[in-house]
Design a protein around this ligand. Sequence first.
Ligand SMILES: [Fe+2]
Ligand SMILES: [Fe+2]
Length: 381
Amino acid sequence: MSINDQEHLQLFIRHLTTAATNAALYHLEHLQVLRLCRKALEQVKILHTSHNSLVLKIIEGRLIFANKPASHSLATERLHEALQLHNISHLRIEPGVYSEELLALVSIISKRPDQKAELIDSEHIHFGQVEVRFRKKNQVSQAALLGLAEIAATEKDQILEIYDGVRDKQQLKVSGINDIVNGFISAFGSHSDSFLAIAPLRSMDEYTYTHSTNICLLNLAQARQLGIEGPLLNEIGIAAMLHDVGKMFIDPKILGKSDKLSEEEWRIMQQHPRTGAEYLLNTPGVPRLAVVTAFEHHMRYDGTGYPKTSRPWPQNLSSYMTAISDTYDAMRTHRSYEESLEPEQISEIMLGLAGSKLHPQLTGSFLQVLNNLDRGAQQSV
Ligand SMILES: [Fe+2]
Ligand SMILES: [Fe+2]
């Protein structure tokens, strides 16, 4: 198998498994699923130019294509696990396969261990099965986590597109953000806190993406800890995704500056809560909570911070939560102008800020979420 084939195979598997993760989080007809299916099909067509049919087999616990093991990646691991889960020993895809047939394959891969998938051969896709065997329990959560890491990577493009639209003064696509937040919320529902674990682990260079999704996941975790559910939980997620939207109006040179900001640059930087709130206020479909959160998220619990207001300003719960998540994310994520800190150091610093910069009870509740997460991670090792 040539290096080129290996690359096309990897792309095919990646599109296929990411489509399956999206299908599990949203639904099979979601635009993102259909788009990824088409991309997978493109790769299959390329592979068919040098292989009569595309046969993937599981031999001695490895995924084999054209008599060679497929290179190791999160995607091949996920496909391997999914095939094993449904007792599929080999998969043959013939030339002429339709996008709809791949979609049926995606549907099978997207099934959870407790959901039965019906394996029916189609005109160009054929399955070979092995005897039923029981899976180890911990393999399931590992697969779920891998899938979630992949979806985070896919949504990166969508979020960057939304933010780029803001920068180019286009209309904000609130529905896209709503989809993403709903996906996060249902992922929370099915995988509990393991989903939160990926928040600080992602090390994308696109700061806006990483930061927005981190704050969204952290705020959703805080809200769930307080027992918040339903439409309010959804609004809290959207508000978190958009809290820094005002930064899109700041010169990227200032935003990405690694040295200390000058007084003038700092003044410009401090305008982002106000410009963000004004922008959101004039955008149809944005929840009021997002406007308020964008405006208040740099105000401190003790009344200092910015923007300055002429009278005492009672802040919203979502703003307090955003300030807490923001403080945590700034310390946890490696930024160009400071090194990231260890979790124990972060907890200590945050406790020190409780009651001055941060809301004291909410900070306590947030640290509790992190503790639970830590304990969960230790138990699953
Ligand atoms: Fe901010
Ligand atoms: Fe922020």
